[in-house]
Design a protein around this ligand. Structure first.
Ligand SMILES: N[C@@H](Cc1ccc(O)cc1)C(=O)O
Length: 400
């Protein structure tokens, strides 16, 4: 076994479960670490629907913890799930979006100094389109009721009137992925909980083993009540957002003097900035600088999150100054991502082809579609513009 087995089982377990909201079947994890004495294998799946945003940093800090604990970590780029969820990504572009997500995830991890050599990326459609996998979906569809499949997907699959059958297949496939990726555990946001439970309740019935499930709390957004919402573009910040745009979004965030309860900015510091600082500088480290103008008291640095929160609560720190601090912090996080994008052709191509801008009919030039390298021959971008215009590109929610 390799170097990372030197991680003590208890230390590994604590690292694996650090900052999580919930763990289902922790004994499965303990058994692997303490009895079988091997690395835990786990995966995190992401459906390349819209665009990854700042909230992704949080899931990335957990991937970093898993890697440090010696786990074998797989990232599933769940392209077919992005298609099955109300065609949030049309088949014509989904492979580019999967690439875009992969590039974004790698860029984030590099930016926070996480070694990524050991991270494995798997594209869902590479194994989900035939053979035993299909038969297993049929088997599951014969033991899971429509009602249970529907309820399992309620927090994940976009809820629409007259829902499509695809939304019922989605949770079955997510359950099956655990088997096909050969893992001991699946990690995701707590919004995945109902799918995780469906997996726990049904895999054994088709002859596979039950897995453990690890859940992150949901990352708050910047909107009122700290929500991220698809209808409010100001509630989340794209990874490639320009510094000026970041400032603008942060300035328009809801942030009332002294209100620390409903404060997406403070939550951002707590859930995003703090874990990254701990990852970079060690547990307990916190340093938050605010470049406050002299006339309002001059620059400030807080050495603990509680001190920052308290100062805001007591109105010693005013909303515009907190906003300055948060916007600066976000721009600092995003600078290396933008830099990587500027230097990475593959990342740029994935962006351009994965998110084609819908061209208005009359200005559209008749051009032969180029689709070399597409996994979906016969149509990269041919119909994509029209389709992309039809589907919402916004992430419905934040899954980390
Ligand atoms: N359901 C996850 C994506 C996912 C898809 C398939 C999986 O096996 C795992 C995760 C999301 O909401 O983004």
């Amino acid at each position: 076994m390799s170097d990372s087995t030197t991680v003590d089982p208890q230390v590994a377990y604590d690292l694996i479960t650090k900052n999580l909201q919930e763990v289902l079947n922790p004994q499965i994890i303990k058994n692997v670490l303490e009895v079988e004495k091997r690395h835990l294998k786990l995966y995190w799946g992401t459906a390349p629907t819209g665009r990854p945003h700042c909230g992704y940093f949080v899931a990335m800090t957990k991937l970093a913890d898993f890697l440090r604990a010696g786990c074998e970590v797989t990232v599933l780029l769940a392209d077919l799930h992005a298609f099955l969820d109300n065609m949030k990504a049309p088949l014509e572009v989904v492979n580019y979006r999967a690439k875009y997500y992969e590039c974004s995830i790698k860029a984030i991890l590099r930016s926070i100094n996480v070694p990524i050599e050991k991270l494995k990326f798997v594209v869902g459609s590479s194994y989900q389109q035939g053979g035993d996998y299909t038969l297993d979906i049929f088997k599951l569809s014969n033991i899971v009721s429509q009602n249970d499949a529907k309820r399992a997907g309620a927090d994940v699959v976009k809820q629409v009137s007259n829902p499509l059958l695809s939304g019922l297949i989605y949770p079955l496939m997510q359950a099956l992925d655990e088997e096909y990726l050969g893992v001991d555990a699946q990690f995701g946001g707590v919004d995945q909980r109902k799918i995780f439970v469906l997996a726990e309740e049904n895999l054994e019935k088709i002859g596979y083993k039950k897995r453990a499930h690890l859940m992150n709390p949901m990352v708050p957004g910047l909107g009122q009540g700290g929500k991220m919402s698809a209808s409010d573009p100001n509630s989340k910040i794209d990874l490639l957002e320009e510094p000026k745009q970041v400032k603008k979004k942060i300035n328009s965030a809801f942030c009332a003097p002294g209100n620390v309860e409903e404060n997406g900015l403070l939550s951002f510091v707590e859930f995003v900035v703090r874990p990254i600082q701990e990852l970079k500088h060690g547990d307990g480290y916190f340093s938050f600088h605010i470049d406050r103008p002299e006339k309002f008291g001059g620059p400030l640095t807080f050495e603990s999150f509680d001190a920052l929160k308290q100062a805001f609560k007591e109105e010693q720190l005013a909303p515009p100054d907190l906003k300055t601090g948060v916007a600066d912090a976000i721009n600092e996080l995003l600078a290396p991502i933008r830099e990587e994008y500027a230097n990475n052709k593959e990342y740029q191509e994935a962006n351009e082809k994965g998110y084609p801008v819908a061209v208005p009919e009359k200005t559209k030039k008749a051009k032969k579609p180029k689709n070399k390298g597409s996994r979906y021959p016969g149509g990269a971008n041919a119909n994509a513009n029209a389709k992309v215009a039809e589907v919402t590109e916004e992430l419905k929610k934040t899954t980390v």
